[in-house]
Design a protein around this ligand. Structure first.
Ligand SMILES: Cc1cc2nc3c(=O)[nH]c(=O)nc-3n(C[C@H](O)[C@H](O)[C@H](O)COP(=O)(O)O)c2cc1C
Length: 206
């Protein structure tokens, strides 16, 4: 089984990258036949800007754009999609948002061209979300930021496309060791039967 681990952080020495590596270690530790492919969007120079060209492609006016097709193909090869990212302004980084904007196209991720119903085309792909926070749990709880992110990202994006979100974790950078441990546990669970990561794995025990 193959996990595609998408990282949206410009610094390879960041905690975010460290956690993503632990997720990958966990994937292969659980079963040596399991592997991971790392999609380091910053290092690869993925262009997150949705342009007029993207609209033309969506309208079928131009040939498919190579970088979009390449991203869709590597998602299609994967048995699970893992997103590891730092929280920027209570959401995910623009780099990752742009990746979704450009890659999760109408007709590929979903199809809403027919007026009577939405076709969800990613139902086969389990998603695991690992968000890293600089702020603390109390701040998230006080303002409802984590709930807001779940509504927008888990429900608004992945449920819209039919992809089941099996893990949605908020890790706090104030305890980096716990973040790294949790990352590995998440990786170990990705291809386990009924792979829902228990809430107790959250590094704040919630
Ligand atoms: C532009 C920017 C915006 C940020 N916004 C938030 C935020 O809204 N909430 C939060 O908890 N942390 C925020 N942070 C802190 C990052 O989430 C934190 O640096 C990251 O999760 C963990 O560290 P790493 O960069 O070493 O991976 C922000 C950081 C930057 C650079």
């Amino acid at each position: 089984m193959l996990a595609l681990i998408v990282i949206a952080h410009p610094n390879p020495k960041s905690l975010t990258h460290g956690i993503a590596s632990q997720v990958a270690k966990g994937v292969s530790a659980a079963d040596e036949d399991n592997t991971s492919e790392i999609a380091d969007l910053a290092a690869e120079g993925f262009d997150p800007c949705f342009t007029a060209q993207d609209i033309s492609m969506a309208n079928g006016e131009i040939d498919p754009i190579p970088d979009i097709i390449a991203e869709q193909e590597r998602i299609s090869r994967a048995d699970a999609l893992v997103l590891v990212y730092p929280i920027y302004w209570w959401s995910f980084p623009a780099l990752l948002k742009g990746w979704i904007d450009r890659v999760f196209t109408n007709g590929w991720a979903y199809d809403d061209t027919s007026s009577d119903r939405l076709i969800k085309k990613m139902q086969h792909l389990p998603v695991h979300i690992v968000a890293i926070a600089g702020s603390d749990m109390r701040t998230y709880a006080r303002h409802g930021y984590f709930g807001a992110m779940k509504t927008q990202i888990d429900h608004g994006i992945f449920d819209y496309c039919g992809a089941p979100v099996l893990t949605s974790e908020l890790l706090f950078m104030s305890d980096p060791d716990a973040c790294l441990k949790t990352g590995k546990l998440i990786g170990q669970k990705i291809f386990a039967p009924h792979s829902v990561v228990p809430k107790s794995y959250n590094n704040k025990g919630t």
